[in-house]
Design a protein around this ligand. Sequence first.
Ligand SMILES: [Zn+2]
Length: 289
Amino acid sequence: MKNFRGYQVTREYGPIPGSNKFHTGIDLVKSHKAPIQAFTSGEVLYAGEGKDGTGFGGYGNVVLLVDKNNRGQLYAHLDSVKVTKGQHVKPESIVGYQGETGYTTGSHLHFEVRKVAESSPPYGWRADRENNCLNPTKYLQNYNSGDQNKKLTLRNGNVGEEVEKIQQKLVSLGYSLPKYGIDGRFGDETEAAVRIFQSDQNITVDGIVGPVTHESLDKAIADQTIPYPGSTFSRGSTGENVRRIQRIVNTRVDGIYGPKTETAVKKFQSNHNLLVDGIVGPNTWKVLF
Ligand SMILES: [Zn+2]
């Protein structure tokens, strides 16, 4: 489990076997007094001894963070705390040290995610514990995958899969990359294509694919209507337009109009009340694009 790297999980979140109790967090062990690092960024709502009746009774020394989702992340049973109220912490900054303060049978970190983050008692604690705490493992998994889904800003010099996706979009919108093609390298040719696209879209022309350009690309792809190229496509046709057809009729995209593409086109024609001849002429094209 990547999020809890370096820890041994000694008790999972969930019902405690052989009892009617529910474990509202996850128990993690490094070693006694090992530094405990924040799993995400956040702001400290409370740091210090958890007193009875405040929502922290039995938790020992605690650090409560509010994160970007307004959830309360509780780091409990700490030997000592290393942050103070109001402090902003970054992922992996040390919030305290593993300990055995409060109600515990040994040194460990109890990490709990409270649905509500509060800056005063009861600090998000609710009598219905089970429905007011989240599974920390799942929570952190989604927390981080959410970040990954945010699109990266791409510019000249970048390489990789994300660049390849941008190039694919540009090419399918008709912004060709004649020299290097879809090669996953953001060079001058890709930058030039991005600039033309930006100019066509009336957005800032800087050759950089940031949030606005990402969105415009996705929108352009969604709205795409491609004028009929003027000649039919059938067995033996090749090229980018064949790829476009293949993407829509749901067959292998290799740019070669073979028997499988023909069959897929016939199926598409039949489903759309078109003349079923396996040839993409103006009528089929209009329905396709
Ligand atoms: Zn625990």
